[in-house]
Write a protein that binds this ligand. Structure first.
Ligand code: 5GP
Ligand code: ZN
Length: 115
């Protein structure tokens, strides 16, 4: 999709370190990391939200998980642990409307709090 920053990263039009890449998926460091390890994992195909990808290509969630596991091992945080997050739409805090998974680790990420 034109004017989608993550499509441009996937296409190599914006250079970034590629931590993982296969036919369907690419993983790269978040530009504003909130943890010592903060990796963004995206499908190369453009879907605005997890809702769209669930409808059109749910199998790609498996590809994202495979990339997350590979990335966690590569970064040496498979044993210490990590958190995977998808933000969807406004209340989920989604800012970039190209499906992406956040992989966070390298320190305790903190518990989700009761309200
Ligand atoms: P969201 O809030 O949409 O789930 O998260 C978007 C994430 O993408 C944010 O953590 C933000 O720091 C990251 N991000 C935004 N623009 C860029 C960029 O141009 N390059 C990289 N590597 N990360 C980006
Ligand atoms: Zn896109």
């Amino acid at each position: 999709m034109t004017d989608c920053i993550f499509c441009k990263i996937a296409a190599g039009e914006i250079p970034t370190e590629k931590i993982f890449e296969d036919d369907n998926v690419v993983a790269f460091p978040d530009i504003n990391p909130v943890a010592p390890v903060h990796v963004i994992i995206i499908p190369k195909r453009h879907f605005a939200t997890t809702l769209d990808m669930s409808d059109e290509a749910p199998e790609l969630f498996g590809s994202l998980m495979k990339a997350a596991s590979d990335t966690a091992r590569k970064k040496g945080i498979d044993g210490s642990g990590f958190r995977l997050i998808f933000n969807t739409n406004a209340d989920g805090g989604q800012e970039i409307f190209h499906v992406h998974m956040h992989l966070l680790g390298g320190e305790p990420i903190g518990r989700m709090r009761e309200r």
